[in-house]
Design a protein around this ligand. Structure first.
Ligand SMILES: [Zn+2]
Length: 337
C-alpha cells in the first residue's frame, strides 16, 4: 500500500538536528526497529518521518536529505517503491482498518527488494483501534531484517501500553517562539498575524499556518465579541456554542484561554494587547469579574486536557458548558475536574 508522497520532504528547520541525530544513530547501527514520533499536531512530525523514510530509501542522499533524482527517490515520490509502506486512514478523521495493518505486517515480513532498508509509516497512529494495534504488536517487536517502523502520533494516550513499550519514543515539542514566529511569518501574506495565530495554535507552527488558511484569523474577532456579549448578558451560551461548534475545537480552546488570560491582565491594569485588531473587544472582556475570568480560564484548561487526551466529547455541549462559566454560572456546572 505504498501511496504517493508527492515530493521530496525536508524536515522543518527545527527538526533538522533530530533527523541528523537519527541518521547518525543509523550509521552506528543503533537505530531501533520501531520509532514513535509523538507530540502535538502541527509541529512537523510527519514531515520529519517522511524525510527519514525518503533518505533511507534514497541511493545518494546529500546532507541528510534525499536527492530527489535517483531511482529510489522517483519510486518513493511516485508511491511505487516496493520497500516503503504508508498506512493511513482512507479519509481524514477515519480509523485505520485492521486489513490495512495486516498488509503492513505482511510487508514487514518480506526482505528488502533493493537491498537497503524497508520503511513503514503509520500516520496518525492513534487512528488504529484496539484490534488494529494488537495486530501490529508482533511486527513491532520483530519486523523483518533492515525494516524500520515509524509511528506518528498526536495522542500517545490513545495507544496501548504494549504498543508504546515496543517503540522507542521520540517526543517532539513545539519549537520556541524565537524560531516559530519568523518561520510562520515567512509563510503568511500578513506577517504580523504570526504571533496571534501561533497563540491560537498552541505554538504549533504548521497548525498556525493551517488556521490562517481556514480563515480562522478572520473569524476570531467575531468570537471575542461573542464572549464579551455573553459576559455582559447580551447573548446566550446555547446560541454561541451552536455558532462556533464547527470550529477547530483545540484552536478555539487555546485562543479563548489566551484571550481570557489577557483580559485578566488588562483588568489588573496591563495595557498591552497581543492582537491589536482585538483591542476593543478585549477591553469589553476585561470588564468581567476577575474571579469569573479565572474560573473560565481554568475550565478551558481542563477542557483542553480532556480534548488532547483523546476523549471525543460532543463539541457543542462542551462549548455550552464552558461558556456558562463565563456568564458567572460557576465552575460547578462546567467540567469540574
Ligand atoms: Zn535519491
Amino acid at each position: 500500500m505504498a501511496e504517493a508522497v508527492a515530493a521530496i520532504q525536508a524536515p522543518c528547520p527545527w527538526h533538522r538536528d533530530t533527523l541528523n541525530q537519527l541518521l547518525s544513530r543509523r550509521e552506528a547501527g543503533r537505530l531501533p526497529h520501531a520509532l514513535l514520533f509523538s507530540g502535538p499536531a502541527g509541529i512537523g512530525k510527519e514531515r520529519l518521518a517522511l524525510a527519514l523514510l525518503q533518505v533511507l530509501l534514497c541511493e545518494s542522499p546529500r546532507g541528510g536529505i534525499a536527492c530527489g533524482r535517483c531511482h529510489g527517490c522517483h519510486m518513493t515520490t511516485g508511491g511505487t517503491h516496493p520497500d516503503m509502506c504508508l498506512t493511513e486512514p482512507a479519509e481524514a478523521g477515519k480509523a485505520i482498518r485492521i486489513d490495512q495493518i495486516r498488509e503492513l505486517v505482511e510487508f514487514a515480513s518480506r526482505t528488502p527488494q533493493y537491498g537497503g532498508h524497508r520503511v513503514a509509516l503509520v500516520r496518525p497512529a492513534q487512528a488504529m483501534n484496539r484490534n488494529a494495534q494488537n495486530a501490529l504488536l508482533k511486527t513491532l517487536e520483530e519486523p523483518g531484517s533492515n525494516t524500520l517502523l515509524i509511528l506518528v502520533c498526536d495522542q500517545v494516550s490513545a495507544l496501548l501500553p504494549t504498543v508504546r513499550s515496543r517503540c522507542q519514543q521520540q517526543l517532539l515539542t513545539p519549537p520556541p517562539l524565537s524560531v516559530s514566529e519568523p518561520w510562520v511569518a515567512g509563510q503568511l501574506a500578513v506577517p504580523e498575524r504570526a504571533a496571534p495565530l501561533l497563540a491560537a495554535a498552541g505554538g504549533a507552527p504548521l497548525r498556525a499556518v493551517a488556521l490562517e488558511q481556514a480563515d480562522w484569523f478572520a473569524e476570531r474577532a467575531a468570537l471575542v465579541q461573542a464572549l464579551a456579549r455573553l459576559a455582559s448578558g447580551q447573548a446566550s451560551a446555547v446560541v454561541i456554542a451552536r455558532q462556533f461548534a464547527g470550529y477547530d475545537t483545540l484552536a478555539l480552546l487555546e485562543a479563548c484561554y489566551g484571550w481570557t488570560r489577557q483580559a485578566l491582565r488588562l483588568s489588573q491594569g496591563a495595557t498591552h494587547v497581543t492582537d491589536p485588531e482585538l483591542a476593543n473587544a478585549m477591553q469589553h472582556l476585561a470588564r468581567v469579574s476577575p474571579i469569573v475570568l479565572l474560573q473560565f480560564a481554568q475550565a478551558l484548561s481542563r477542557a483542553r486536557r480532556l480534548f488532547v487526551s483523546g476523549a471525543n466529547p460532543n463539541k457543542e455541549l462542551l462549548l455550552e458548558q464552558l461558556l456558562l462559566v463565563l456568564t458567572g454560572a460557576g465552575p460547578r456546572n462546567a467540567l469540574s475536574a
